[in-house]
Design a protein around this ligand. Structure first.
Ligand code: ADP
Ligand code: CA
Length: 407
């Protein structure tokens, strides 16, 4: 049986989907996480503790493990573990991305610099030190702009500013978020300031195979994302953009992957389509976050995670074709801070035609924190229907039937 190493960050929604895929494929899974698992002593063949902040150290430990229990593939499930997976793959000669590519995709400054260097369209940007005087930087900035951390995700700490006053407030707020998030190194000392790019936003879910980018799905994000915070909400595929625009999005994303040096495995790219064409906001060397992958099925019902594991193992990929039926997901945003006391209307929401599932991930009693400080969702709504419009309508109707009591 082939053995695959899965790198699981402490906070992730992705574990179950990957473990299900491994079960379907009948591969042996070794799970690595950062906190020593109480079961590790009893199951030394299937559980490992690694320090994800130290990719080289992690690779050394896995090399040791590999001597007696050979590993055929390694998969990281988020931005951080993707860099560790790259280090392990390089050390063991497994399929993966170059370490420098995975780490460039994780650091917004490096990503911007590499993309700009290769002529890939990106927003005009500046790197600002947190030790600079915000009022001074604010006065030399063009508006509207977006301030963001170098290495957080899920729109955490991403804030639009339309004026000097808003810039200063956003600057201070991000500094506090970085402290709270325990950021270190460069990510704790700088932030990125970018021109705000107006226009429709899309997400491209792709799989790189030998440097070639296969588009698995292109999602429209039909809710306006104009800030000041950028809550991810509705994703619908296939995209309703014109075919030639979609082709340009795929081409620009492929160029971005090449510029970063990414060559193998999943990518999740976000772009804005403005008057000048597609503009890359980011390319992450991982698959879509949260439970969102449940909206995708390939070939004869294969999950995204199965595709990812098959590719990592260098197994045959029968089909990278998404099912024909339009599908979508809504990440249910947290409307305000407080304690979740009750949720009403789940059954009514699930009764909306087209709705397949309402998965509530926040638990009762949980302390909720909205953006820009928070990073979680209340849950996820999934829909399939005959048209993208109907998918979007079903998601909105289901969300309207849910009521969250927050004290
Ligand atoms: P994260 O890695 O936290 O997701 P992103 O850079 O992807 O950070 O930004 C999150 C969201 O903020 C984007 O999906 C987009 O809606 C918005 N955003 C970020 N940068 C810009 C920009 N320069 N112009 C317009 N919107 C932006
Ligand atoms: Ca993003």
């Amino acid at each position: 049986m082939d053995r695959l190493l899965l790198l699981l960050p402490t906070r992730t929604y992705r574990t179950e989907a990957f473990l299900d895929a491994a079960r379907t494929l009948r591969v042996e899974i070794v799970c690595a996480s950062e906190r020593p698992n109480v079961l590790e002593e009893r199951a030394p063949d299937t559980l490992l503790t690694l320090d994800f902040a130290d990719p080289d150290g992690a690779a050394a430990l896995v090399t040791e493990f590999h001597r007696t229990r050979p590993i055929r593939a390694v998969v990281g499930v988020d931005d951080l573990t993707a860099t560790v997976a790259a280090a392990i793959a390089a050390r063991l000669g497994l399929r993966g991305n170059p370490v420098s590519a995975a780490s460039a995709a994780r650091n917004k400054r490096e990503m911007r610099e590499r993309l700009a260097g290769a002529g890939v369209p990106i927003p005009r940007f500046a790197v600002v030190g947190l030790d600079e005087v915000p009022a001074v930087v604010a006065r030399r900035t063009a508006y509207p702009c977006v301030l963001k951390p170098l290495a957080l995700s899920a729109s955490r700490g991403v804030i639009r500013a339309d004026s000097v006053r808003e810039f200063i407030a956003a600057f201070r707020r991000i500094a506090a978020i970085l402290k709270e998030a325990g950021s270190s190194g460069e990510a704790a000392r700088f932030l990125l300031v970018e021109v705000f790019v107006p226009g429709a936003e899309v997400a491209l879910e792709g799989l790189l195979v030998g440097g070639f980018l296969h588009t698995l799905a292109l999602f429209d994000k039909p809710d306006p994302l104009d800030g000041p915070f950028f809550e991810e909400t509705i994703y619908v595929t296939p995209s309703r953009l014109a075919g030639d625009v979609q082709a340009r999005i795929a081409a620009v994303t492929a160029n971005a992957c090449r510029a970063l040096g990414l060559a193998e495995g999943p990518i999740h790219a976000e772009l804005r389509v403005s008057g000048d064409g597609p503009c890359v906001l980011e390319v992450a060397a991982r698959s879509i976050g949260g439970l969102c992958s449940r909206a995708l099925r390939f070939g004869t019902g294969m999950s995204l995670e199965e595709l990812i594991l098959r590719h990592a193992l260098d197994w045959e990929l029968d089909s990278l074709e998404r099912e024909r039926r339009p599908a979508g997901v809504m990440m249910i945003p947290i409307p305000r801070a407080g304690k979740l006391e009750a949720v009403h209307g789940k059954e009514a929401a699930e009764a909306v035609p087209g709705i397949e599932e309402v998965a509530l991930t926040a638990h009762l009693g949980q302390e909720l924190q909205p953006l820009p400080e928070g990073w979680q969702y209340l849950g996820f709504i999934f829909a399939r229907a005959d048209t993208p419009e109907a998918v979007e309508g079903a998601l909105r109707a289901a969300h309207a039937r849910l009521a969250f009591e927050i004290s």
